[in-house]
Design a protein around this ligand. Structure first.
Ligand SMILES: Nc1ncnc2c1ncn2[C@@H]1O[C@H](COP(=O)(O)OP(=O)(O)OP(=O)(O)O)[C@@H](O)[C@H]1O
Length: 366
């Protein structure tokens, strides 16, 4: 089911600029693999290298162990869906989808059945005689998807396919894409800069920055155990605080201002007195009264958003952080209130001072 893709030490240069310098990753057969990162980090460049629109200046790209560096795009058996759909405006839905089959010299007697089957999978079989101008954005993207998968490619590549759709349709289409990908079991490489979309659809995500992979992991681990401070702040909201590690009698704790938290699960090589950075999601704080446990803080302002209430609080050292709580029947904590912010030890991520390494030992890595 599906093919494996292996990228080994890939290098991409445009003239004198090196955009990707020795990037490696492995994509499993049938996997929904997403490249996620800020604008300009090289996601599209890498995707275009996989399909062969971009040359590769070093390293190898393999499909099922076979090097494909010099195989032209039309021989790679890959389908691609673009942000702007790229469907033919002068052809009906069914002719758009049939196009790739005709090109591949599939006998005319089989084309209609294959087109019908795919149009059913992407749920636009009722629109088969429509012209693209009379389709909504979501329907056009379904045509583009149908056109990419009708040729039964080994790999499906998608470059920000939902960016042109409005928010509601994006959610609907991402669910459709995920369902179709699972249904046909095709190895899929997906590019987006929308974190929520990446978390929702992917089996695994590669977070990139400046042409370099920062972390490859499941959506849950990317969110809950970011490998470094870049990932921690790029994905979701994170509060970054300075602290010190304390190691006494073999027991490690971390000290954030006057709040001390025992940490059973940090790396053995943490030294007593070592400066660290901790990252805490806004929703992980527990708000205690001023005489309770936690980091002392003062509520500066709050915003009630229905399900949650966001508090903007100032710590004793002047740092401002954000705390998100489920709204409940109790009153919103008034501005100016003194509180303490506690957190469960396992909800804290602890990093080296430079932010490059997460010192938490994950249960799945022990
Ligand atoms: N054909 C090209 N010639 C020269 N430089 C290029 C070319 N294509 C991309 N680049 C450069 O490579 C870098 C990565 O671009 P790329 O389009 O891969 O980023 P991206 O992560 O997909 O960003 P976005 O989310 O904005 O699409 C950018 O600095 C870009 O200017």
């Amino acid at each position: 089911m599906g093919v494996a893709i292996s990228i080994e030490n890939a290098v991409k240069r445009f003239g004198k600029d090196t955009i990707i310098n020795g990037l490696s990753l492995d994509i499993k057969p049938g996997e929904f693999f997403t490249l996620l990162g800020p604008s300009g980090c090289g996601k599209t460049t890498l995707l275009r290298m996989i399909i062969g629109f971009n040359s590769i200046e070093g390293g190898e790209i393999k499909v099922d162990q076979k090097v494909i560096n010099n195989i032209p795009t039309n021989k790679r058996n890959m389908g691609m869906v673009f942000q702007n759909y790229a469907i033919f405006p002068h052809m009906s839905v069914k002719d758009n989808v049939a196009f790739g089959l005709k090109n591949r010299k599939v006998p005319a007697s089989q084309i209609e059945a294959q087109v019908d089957e795919i149009l059913k999978i992407v749920k636009i079989d009722h629109l088969k005689n429509r012209m693209p101008a009379k389709l909504s954005g979501g329907q056009q993207q379904r045509v583009a998807l149908a056109r990419a998968i009708v040729i039964h490619p080994e790999v499906l590549l998608m470059d920000e396919p939902l960016s042109n759709l409005d928010a509601k349709l994006r959610v609907e289409m991402r669910n459709a894409i995920k369902r179709i990908q699972q249904q046909i079991g095709i190895t899929t490489v997906y590019v987006t800069h929308d974190q929520e979309e990446a978390l929702a659809v992917s089996d695994r995500i590669a977070v990139m920055n400046g042409g370099v992979i920062q972390q490859i992991d499941t959506p849950k681990n990317i969110y809950q155990r970011p490998a470094n401070l870049f990932v921690s702040t790029f994905i979701g909201l994170s509060n970054i605080l300075s602290g010190i590690a304390l190691v006494k009698n073999g027991e490690t704790s971390i000290q954030i201002q006057d709040y001390s938290v025992p940490m059973e699960h940090v790396s053995q090589d943490v030294k007593d007195g070592q400066n660290i950075k901790v990252s805490i999601r806004p929703e992980e704080f527990i708000i205690n009264q001023a005489d309770g446990d936690g980091i002392p803080a003062t509520v500066k302002s709050s915003v009630f958003l229905g399900i949650t209430t966001h508090y903007f609080v100032t710590l004793a050292n002047g740092q401002e952080i954000e705390v998100i709580q489920n709204s409940d029947i109790w009153d919103i904590i008034p501005d100016g209130s003194n509180i303490r912010l506690a957190v469960q030890p396992q909800k804290i991520n602890v990093y080296t001072e430079d932010g490059n390494r997460n010192l938490v030992v994950r249960r799945d890595q022990v």
